[in-house]
Design a protein around this ligand. Sequence first.
Ligand code: HEM
Ligand code: NAG
Length: 547
Amino acid sequence: MSSSLIVYAIGATGTLVALALFNLVLHVWRISTSPLQHLPGPPSESLLWGNTKAIQSEENSVPQERWVQQYGHTIAYKSAFGVCNLWTVDTRALNHIMTHSTIYQRPPPARYLLSHVVGPGVLVAEDEQHKHQRRVMNPAFGPAQIRELTEIFTDKSNQLRDCWLEEISKSGGVSARVDAPSWLGRTTLDIIGRAGFGYDFEALNPGEKTNELNEAFATLFAAPNADRRFFAGLQASIPLLRLIKTENNRRNERAQAVMRRMGMKLIAEKKAAIMAETSENGRGIERKDMTERDLLTLLIRANMATDIPEDQRLTDDEVLAQVPTFIVAGHETTSTATTWALFSLSQRPDVQSKLREELLDVSTDSPSMDELNALPYLDAVVRETLRHHSPVPNATRQAVQDDVIPVGTPYTDKHGRVREHIEIKKGDIVFLPILALNRRKEIWGDDAHEFKPERWEHTPEAAASIPGVWGHLLTFLGGPRACIGYRFSLVEMKVLLFALVRAFEFELGVPVEVVKKRSIIVTRPVITGPDGKTKGSLPLIIRPYRA
Ligand code: HEM
Ligand SMILES: *[C@@H]1O[C@H](CO)[C@@H](O)[C@H](O)[C@H]1NC(C)=O
């Protein structure tokens, strides 16, 4: 018995070692045959980590911008374990990558980590499944739908304004010190709750009773501590390790269960309401005086509509997965963008006054979407914020098959040959350099790194070549996988700035030198203390504006 166990153990170990060796050989073969190694670029600094140290020691995109200056617009550098990464700011090449979204997909480890938080929603789905989901969901994010949601944005933004007025009166009536990311984060959570699925998180006015769903999400979205994060990263890259259940995995599963139970209840209620209303008016699902106009209701309704073939409808699990998807994709992105807008306004008092003047000319506290869109300087400030601070600074894709990418401007490869294409091999990693393109001097001019809303009075011609879904910017990407919620977030940001800039004057609560940017998917402000340690926050001094 024991001897057979030993034989079994040796056999199992042998198999594992063989498997590991096989993977290693496969990996080395892959990276040594990637055509990307012929591209120019910085020399690799370490066999194990490639150029990652340089990338992580500076703010997002800074080393790559330097490399592009030095080696040309299409380069490759090494990430961990010698993997070649393509980094190009050639807009024709980027257009090709983004429009061929079935070739260039989200890399499996990133997909795994995301799917554990949001499930099989539109952020995670690929190929046909993704196409079906977008088809059913796109209409819910159209201009007419967002127009209807504006009232929710104004309610919540005005509530934030009143909270801040209260903070001021609590601290003596003259001014208050507020942590912008925290307040704005709670506001956008409340907004996506109401506008996304008709649910009130009450994050702005937490009452006595705890909000179960709020807690489940807090658990799901909480960043695990460093060693847990390390192991979670290993699990993402090495599927075998997923068989081990860590405390982190178990906590997530419990939170998922709460989310699932409450999400399914929400969906059942909405379905029932739609059915009742359908049988009431006796003709298909269309009624003007709908009270429920949240995104989830719209999408359930679209999913039940007769023009969607049976086999292309979303399953209940897919519909459910859109709930955390909206929160993950739409909450901190918008709150962080608004935080950066207030940061820049605090650094540019002239821009702040000019904006306030425009906003105070409007005679209502609750403007409509069309009234907001008619304000040119507000529009310029929002555009400039989303250009200069690009909340999501880059995106990664992996080729699932060999491909050839055309470039708009030829480049010279490592061997001195002038090339008009980039050859890609299955498995290669390519970057979508959102921030780097949004502030590329060749497109925006020498002041590309400055915050300057006035530049939008004369958009440079070269910007028209940027293949983004919105505003000559890559902020929301482009192609079939562009941000579905860009109209939502633009109006939401405008409403927030409208409410806040009319009511307050803003000043930065710390010296500007201690404000740094840290990017984990989204670029947030961090403050470095005297001990050199950083914490995520941005203190602002607010004063009521008196004309
Ligand atoms: C300033 C705010 C926002 C920014 C900068 C932003 C940016 C982006 C970017 C860059 C992507 C592509 C990510 C990738 O594929 O790697 C994306 C995707 C997405 N965004 Fe946004 N977003 C914002 C707000 C929102 C809002 C408010 C919502 C929803 C209410 C939303 C929903 C989504 C969804 C569902 C996707 C996945 C689309 C797909 O893969 O088909 N986003 N967003
Ligand atoms: C892309 O952005 C992420 C932050 O979300 C960062 O960790 C990563 O290093 C960036 N990649 C490159 C190549 O800049």
